[in-house]
Design a protein around this ligand. Structure first.
Ligand SMILES: [Zn+2]
Ligand SMILES: [Zn+2]
Length: 180
């Protein structure tokens, strides 16, 4: 959706947003749905965009490799300013929308989808696991241990490995306490 700043009425403009998300552009696949309100400021170049949207997305759990729901909300107020003002700021002029996040637009046109994609990228949750309690896959048979225990016979623990494990643990905790 592209909106010409000159076409935004004085009383503001409300629109529905529906943006398909692709891995290539936002590093996550899914859909963003919501609404946006556009209001032109007194200088007729700056537009305040208030958007509320829900991102429906799925991610693959890094531990059990199952897809999980990784949706999130976006509530944002952006100051949209012409990209020419960015150049002006470089020359020492201050932008008015200091306290707001800024979206730069070109040729008098707001590219709403692009704007929302930027917000998705900025707000992607860091969560890479379906849950912090994910049990992952059995290293022997590959069964998803969240579903239940697998039928693998538990291998007897070799004492030599035990010693090595303890040693590793100590090394790790030593390094942590050093703040490395
Ligand atoms: Zn998982
Ligand atoms: Zn197994």
């Amino acid at each position: 959706m592209r909106i010409r700043v000159k076409d935004i009425p004085e009383e503001g403009y409300d629109a529905a947003v529906d943006v398909p998300l692709t891995k290539g552009r936002t590093s996550m696949e899914g859909r963003l749905r919501g609404t946006i309100n556009l209001r032109v400021m007194a200088d007729e170049a700056e537009v305040v965009a208030a958007a509320g949207a829900i991102v429906e997305a799925k991610s693959t759990c890094s531990r059990c490799l199952e897809e999980f729901d990784n949706g999130f909300k976006i509530d944002v107020v952006l100051a949209c300013v012409p990209i020419s003002e960015l150049e002006a700021e470089v020359e020492g002029k201050q932008l008015s929308g200091d306290e707001l996040d800024i979206y730069f637009y070109e040729d008098g046109i707001l590219d709403i989808n692009r704007m929302m994609e930027e917000q998705v990228i900025l707000n992607i949750p860091m969560q890479t696991m379906c849950s912090s309690e994910c049990r992952g896959l059995c290293p022997a048979c590959g069964a998803n241990l969240n579903i239940g225990p697998c039928t693998c016979v538990k291998l007897p623990v070799d004492d030599r490995f035990h010693v090595l494990k303890d040693f590793m643990k100590k090394t790790v905790s030593n390094n942590k306490s050093k703040g490395a």
